[in-house]
Design a binder for this molecule. Structure first.
Ligand code: BGC
Length: 754
């Protein structure tokens, strides 16, 4: 078997090269027997292995090999725990190796633009920094086992409606700051072996043939040197794809697109050198796996334990009035809702795992000497009340200490392939919660859902535990949290708006042809904060059974070192309660310079720490240049204006405990070229030029008959005149005949000289 890839390529026929560029079937690349080139296998992902053998399909319909279902991304992101997610990646990497899989198809880092996206359960966050950090940890974990990853879906794939043809219309700044950012971070930080391009178009061009995206940005700017594969059947024009940098088409296109590659090379439409680059990247992936492969024993039981640990560290205690939780072993509890016995712990579609050991809350209660009663009450599959038991449940509820309702979205409400059309729970569940509230004032709701729901009963219930989709061990994690064996420490990785209509994408989501991202960079908390809106639960929120106190904020300007650390932020966090607990301390940065319309603040650092009662730990977070910057479309680059920035340290985006201000000094100058359309206001922003432009400024003042020495403010209405002057372009000087055009032009030339 030859390992000299360049030599192999030289020995390949055009047809052999083209054949390597698409899959043999749903999950394998093609072999080239003549040259003894082996194939490799790919498998979903992201939160566990969905490895299929012969009866393959890519939508999770046929059973795959038994594997552990870890909590989907919507929940695991709430752990805010890089180390734990690295462990998850490692475990999944090991399972992949045991299944002879070269590449895990994940993580999925698309932004949660709308709570309605059917696939939000597979995505980490509405915040690109958090998604990028968590995805990097996952990639590092998987790849430490010698298995590759495929960061998906690149890019701007934020709805399922017409996902294979929809055009995401996004301005450059928004694309860079929000929709590419998590990919950029993961590529630079964790060096994934592959990326998966998305189905949709971006500003008119399919991701699978978007040279700007796959080559200029991904490879040339970010330095990605791995392979790009298509999402399954995402290819539109294969030769264009090869030219753009799409290496592997998945799955097979039955030879059609291979032939198109051959014809395009023969007709001169496609340069064979482009094809060679593609083939080289595919061969590199194949031989990387060949070099790394080894026999691994599956240990699904220990992976199950890890899955539980992740669920325990991620579930979010949203509300805990009167310390209704934890439940005491002495209390009589009524559990209601079919999710108690039939948990909904993963989402539908290509990530669907044939789970190793599903533990429901009911299973987890087994053998425990606790006083409880369970009644189904409503279906976990449909919007359907269990009429027969309704009255009985209410009379039991009256005699119980507390009632815990297991509510959630039935599987059919959200899935890959379609979006939700509302944000509500089934009516039967809301009705049941209302009825229970009239029978017992101590009601707790446990939620199983992949994405936010409206909670019309939020003010009345005393406790809400957001369990999301918790993976196969979700039942154990929920019971341990409810009874206080585990102290909850998850924080929301997305905002829960009050109503769907509050969401910034509400007016522009789910279109068939073009989806306009009109809200720009104001996605999630960036929007709700800017608009000072009430939300149901804010980004970063999550309660604990203990309390944390923040103190001693210290901001130190670092001597610039080669990693470009600009500031080191440190502060103390103390556990002021009586039980051990973990806190996610969050650092946000806000720009006060007014250089651009920016969010109030953006997450730029976090750390999860575990503290014993009364223990204090110092948290240190480094801030880099990029943490202050926004994407400036004048220079097509990242930029921050020098001046004042606020550092916010908090327990959530709306629970800021410490604040400090810094004076940023990067000395990044924006190019400023004066022309006839430059206004006096713009000149004023550049002090040196403004001084030199005295003649022109005076000429503009004359345009308005501005008498600077006139004392009578009222007659002169200086405020108004000044405003007019500010917005006046230099061309008005000659148009009003104050100076000749040539003379104005000369003055401008002088201003533009350095
Ligand atoms: C999904 C991908 C998945 C692929 C293979 C596609 O439908 O969008 O996320 O990896 O199928 O199952």
């Amino acid at each position: 078997m030859s390992r000299n890839i360049d030599e192999l390529i030289r020995n390949m026929t055009l047809e052999e090269k083209a054949s390597l560029c698409s899959g043999a079937d749903l999950w394998h690349t093609k072999k080239v027997d003549r040259l003894e080139i082996p194939d490799i296998k790919l498998s979903d992902g992201p939160h566990g292995m969905r490895t299929q053998d012969d009866k393959s399909d890519n939508l999770g319909i046929n059973e795959s090999l038994e594997a552990v279902c870890f909590p989907p991304a919507a929940l695991s992101a709430c752990s805010f725990d890089r180390e734990l997610i690295r462990e998850e990646g490692k475990a999944i990497g090991k399972e992949a190796m045991a299944f002879h899989v070269s590449t895990v198809l994940g993580p999925a880092v698309n932004m949660k633009r709308s709570p309605l996206c059917g696939r939000n359960f597979e995505y980490y966050s509405e915040d690109p920094y958090l998604a990028g950090e968590i995805a990097s940890a996952f990639v590092e974990g998987v790849q430490s086992e010698g298995v590759g990853t495929s960061v998906k879906h690149f890019a701007a794939n934020n709805q399922e409606t017409y996902r294979m043809s929809n055009d995401s219309i996004i301005d450059e700044r928004t694309l860079r700051e929000i929709y590419l950012s998590a990919f950029e971070k993961t590529v630079k930080q964790a060096k994934p072996t592959t990326l998966m391009c998305s189905y949709n178009r971006i500003n008119g061009v399919y991701a699978s043939e978007n040279r700007w995206l796959l080559n200029d940005v991904l490879r040339e700017e970010w330095g990605f040197d791995g392979l790009v594969m298509s999402d399954w059947n995402a290819v539109n024009d294969r030769p264009l794809g090869v030219h753009a940098g799409l290496d592997l088409e998945m799955p097979s296109s039955n030879g059609v697109n291979d032939r198109e590659i051959v014809e395009a090379v023969e007709s001169g439409k496609l340069d064979e050198k482009d094809l060679d680059k593609t083939v080289k990247r595919i061969l590199t992936a194949i031989y990387r796996y060949q070099d790394n492969k080894r026999d691994v024993e599956l240990d699904l039981d220990s992976d199950h334990e890890l899955s539980r640990k992740i669920a325990e560290s991620s579930m979010v205690l949203l509300k805990n009035e009167d310390n209704i939780l934890p439940l005491s072993p002495r209390e009589k509890i009524l559990f209601v809702g079919e999710f108690f016995e039939k948990p909904r712990f993963q989402g539908g579609g290509s990530s669907h795992i044939n789970s190793h050991l599903i533990v429901s809350a009911e299973d987890a209660m087994e053998g425990k000497e606790l006083s409880y009663y369970y009644s189904k009450g409503f279906s976990s599959k449909r919007d359907e009340l269990d009429e027969e038991s309704f009255e009985m449940i209410l009379s039991v509820a009256e005699n119980m200490d507390k009632v815990v309702v297991f509510a959630g979205l039935p599987e059919s409400f959200e899935s890959e392939g379609y979006d939700r059309d509302h944000m509500r729970l089934p009516d039967s569940q809301n009705d049941m919660i209302d009825a229970l509230l009239s029978a017992n004032e101590n009601v707790v709701v446990v939620l199983s859902n992949g994405s936010p729901v409206e909670m019309p009963w939020n003010d009345e219930v005393k406790g809400v535990l957001e369990g999301y989709l918790g993976g196969e061990a979700s039942g154990e994690a929920v019971i341990k949290i409810l009874y206080g064996e585990i102290n909850p420490s998850g924080k929301l990785a997305e905002t829960f708006p009050m109503y769907l209509e509050d969401n910034p994408s509400y007016l522009n989501f789910g279109e068939r042809k073009e989806t306009h991202y009109n809200e720009g960079v104001f996605i999630g908390y960036r929007y709700y904060d800017k608009k000072k809106m009430n939300v149901l639960y804010p980004f970063g929120h999550g309660l604990s059974y203990t309390k944390f106190v923040y103190s001693n904020l210290n901001i130190e300007k670092s001597a610039k070192n080669d990693r470009d650390v600009l500031y080191t932020i440190s502060f103390d966090v103390t556990n002021s309660g009586y039980v051990e607990g973990s806190e996610v301390a969050q650092v946000y940065v806000g720009d006060n310079t007014g250089a651009a319309v920016r969010p109030e603040k953006e997450l730029k650092g976090f750390e999860k720490i575990t503290l014993k009662p009364q223990e204090t730990k110092k948290v240190t977070i480094e801030l880099f240049e990029r943490d202050f910057e926004w994407y400036n479309t004048e220079i097509h680059d990242w930029y921050a204006k020098d001046g004042s920035y606020t550092i916010y340290v908090g327990s959530s985006s709306r629970d800021i405990r410490l604040e400090g201000e810094i004076e940023l000094e990067l000395k990044k100058e924006l190019p400023f070229v004066v022309d006839f359309n430059t206004t006096i206001g713009e000149l004023r922003m550049h002090e040196d030029k403004f001084k030199k432009a005295k003649k022109l400024v005076e000429a503009v003042e004359k345009v308005y008959g501005f008498a600077s020495d006139e004392e009578d403010d009222e007659k002169n209405n200086k405020g108004m005149l000044n405003a007019m002057i500010t917005v006046t372009p230099l061309r008005n000087i000659y148009m009003f005949g104050i100076m000749e055009k040539d003379a104005v032009s000369k003055e401008i030339e002088i201003l533009n000289e350095n």
